[in-house]
Design a binder for this molecule. Structure first.
Ligand SMILES: [Mg+2]
Length: 365
């Protein structure tokens, strides 16, 4: 019996939202290949967000190939949990990126972060259309300002010398790591840098309290610890204070943000797009720092970018421990900032880099 009599049954909302099939672009995903690589680091790299010296640097490469013979590349995370899901993509239109993003977000819900596939799909989209990704995204500019991101804890005088070298190379901004055990020692290192370079560099500080490696069981700072540090950073005119508290302590970040003039930054590995949105809408943060390879891919971060402006791109560079050759070993040419601290975006189709196949073969796991 019809409960509604003669009147038509209302259409369910999700049926209305279902997209009609779109005509194929003519580029169908034929295969997805994943390879893992390990670059030995000799001498080791003492990155201070990791309590163990790093003796190798791992990279995972994702290659998406179409039946038309084009290939897109992505890298940035291990693709844990992707195995067994290839059939959800193979046979699909390569340019149906929003559809692929939904599937990747469901994989992320159950398993690991598989966003390098989203990067590979954007690289592929650029190669299909003959355009660089930044232009496909409506890019405002073909260059971005970088900051030299240091990772090594140096003695105050040595850190000040490193700052001088960054200045001589054209950088306009430098990030300094804290975590010498007592934050007062970290402040002394920062004071030495400020005394040496004056206001010629913007200085950022990464407290790394929202970041832990699996073996690192140290508790993050309390709000009062963070506030005491923030007072010092205000005095030293620091541009932002990164991860001052546990990443989930939104109330603490909001209270800290209201109590200090220093910008509060974070969100590098914040897992869900709605969490990034909430960091903004709850007033917890000034500077959002999502990593596209770890959070949402390019497709997801397009949404978040509408809520934030980003003045700087992190440029991990702290020689001799962390060089461009180590950082970008998977590429034929490392990404190099110019003599004025800008990174110029390539006009080549896709992401604009080439894989160094010889290096990948030599480091294959
Ligand atoms: Mg950080």
């Amino acid at each position: 019996m019809e409960a509604y009599g003669e009147s038509p049954r209302p259409e369910p909302m999700n049926a209305l939202l279902e997209q009609p099939a779109t005509p194929s672009s003519g580029h169908t995903i034929a295969s997805i290949r994943i390879s893992h690589h390990r670059l030995p680091l000799e001498p080791p790299c003492p990155a201070r967000w990791d309590t163990r010296n790093r003796v190798h640097f791992d990279a995972t490469i994702v290659r998406v190939r179409t039946d038309s013979g084009l290939e897109g590349w992505g890298s940035g995370d291990l693709m844990v949990g992707f195995a067994g899901h290839e059939a959800l993509f193979v046979g699909q239109d390569a340019l149906a990126i929003e559809r692929h993003h939904r599937v990747l977000s469901h994989i992320d819900f159950h398993y690991g972060r598989c966003w390098p596939l989203d990067l590979a799909l954007w690289d592929l989209a650029g190669k299909i259309t003959g355009q660089p990704c930044w232009r496909l995204l409506g890019g405002l500019s073909s260059r971005v300002r970088v900051y030299a991101s240091s990772g090594t804890l140096r003695e105050p005088a040595a850190l000040a010398e490193q700052a001088e070298r960054y200045l001589a190379q054209g950088f306009r901004a430098m990030k300094i790591r804290f975590r010498r055990g007592d934050w007062r020692e970290d402040i002394r290192a920062l004071e030495a840098v400020r005394a040496r370079i004056g206001q010629r560099l913007e200085l950022m500080v990464d407290c790394n309290q929202g970041w832990r490696m699996p073996w690192d069981t140290e508790a993050p700072w309390s709000l009062k610890d963070a506030l005491a540090v923030a007072r010092e950073l205000e005095h030293l005119r620091v541009f932002w204070m990164e991860e001052p508290l546990h990443r989930g302590d939104h109330a603490g970040m909001k209270a800290l943000r209201q109590a200090t003039e220093v910008r509060i930054a974070g969100g590098e590995m914040t897992r869900q797009l709605h969490e990034l949105r909430d960091l903004i809408t709850t007033g917890s943060i000034d500077v959002l720092q999502p990593d596209a390879a770890l959070v949402g891919g390019i497709t997801g971060l397009r949404l978040v970018a509408g809520l934030a402006d980003a003045p700087f791109l992190e440029y991990a560079y702290d020689p001799p421990e962390w060089t461009l050759e180590r950082r970008d070993f998977i590429m034929t040419e490392p990404l190099k900032a110019d003599a004025h601290g800008w990174l110029h975006l390539s006009d080549a189709p896709g992401m604009g880099y080439a894989l160094d196949e010889r290096a990948l073969t030599a480091t294959s796991l």
